[in-house]
Design a protein around this ligand. Sequence first.
Ligand SMILES: Nc1ncnc2c1ncn2[C@@H]1O[C@H](COP(=O)(O)OP(=O)(O)O)[C@@H](O)[C@H]1O
Ligand SMILES: [Mg+2]
Length: 309
Amino acid sequence: MKIKLAILAGGASFEREISLRSSEEIIKYLDIKKYDINTIIVPKEKNTSWVKELIDFSPDLVINLLHGGDGENGSVSGLLNCLNIPSIGNGVLSGAVCMNKNICKAVLKNSGVPVCEDVFIKKDDCITDFEEKIKGLGFPVIVKPNNGGGSIGISVAENIDDVKSLAESIIKNYNDDVLIEKFIDGKEVTIVLIQKNNNIEVMPVLDISPKGGFYDYNSKYVDATAKIEFSTLPLFIRKMIEDIAKKVFKIFECEGFCYVDLIVKEEQVYFIEVNTIPGFTKHSIIIKTLKALNMDIGNFLDELIQNEL
Ligand SMILES: Nc1ncnc2c1ncn2[C@@H]1O[C@H](COP(=O)(O)OP(=O)(O)O)[C@@H](O)[C@H]1O
Ligand SMILES: [Mg+2]
């Protein structure tokens, strides 16, 4: 008997297009002799037709590829829990906490994980009240939607006027809170973690070298010009990165797989974020990591599915 797999893709978030691309890519690796696959497209508008479609299909397992928004913030995981449908990957807690960059960093800071300095502004706060604190970070700073993803809405600011207009545009266009961080001018790295039974396996650290100033939406998904290769950082730094990433995985009770973004500057490693519903597009970190290691992506997915069932 084939295993009934529902793939959730699309969704209402700003990462909808990436999610659709992830779903098109992932089915290339799933063996139709083993799986009866139904890709359920979650609409842009909030409606529940897709939930009915999911219940009617009655899958043995879900692969949630809804990046950003309710798909990644634990809401969909919670729904699946209530419907008693297992899914591979991260659950409610890791999804909810890691989606909120401010809360995620606060938890990690409290656990001794190094994070960069920041100023957090709620969307109904008055930005002027934070001017001195923001200047205290020193310029440049990086201005982010607090619950964003895919580098969407992120920009670098060179002065306080830029910060103000970028923050206002995040509040207006993304209806989000704003995280302003000290810009760490260092080497960006990322690392994939995979849970096998009760073990957390760390994949080799990857160096990310975007062509422009930072790893933005364009260099991630449009021209995809960022160079991604096995890290050439000294061994002891790579070990530090692995230890931090493992610690993060444990703290947030991550499940299945995720990847952690970090920046290294002068032997200091700064945590940037955890991605709990990683992309599966050709240019995505998970696919690049597995391919670089000559690992079979189909087998990787089979194992995750078997683990969950
Ligand atoms: N504090 C920082 N200093 C320098 N670059 C940063 C910093 N934070 C993020 N970046 C750059 O912005 C990119 C996206 O930031 P990130 O927080 O990972 O957001 P997203 O969830 O949208 O991927 C990173 O991959 C990195 O290139
Ligand atoms: Mg990121």
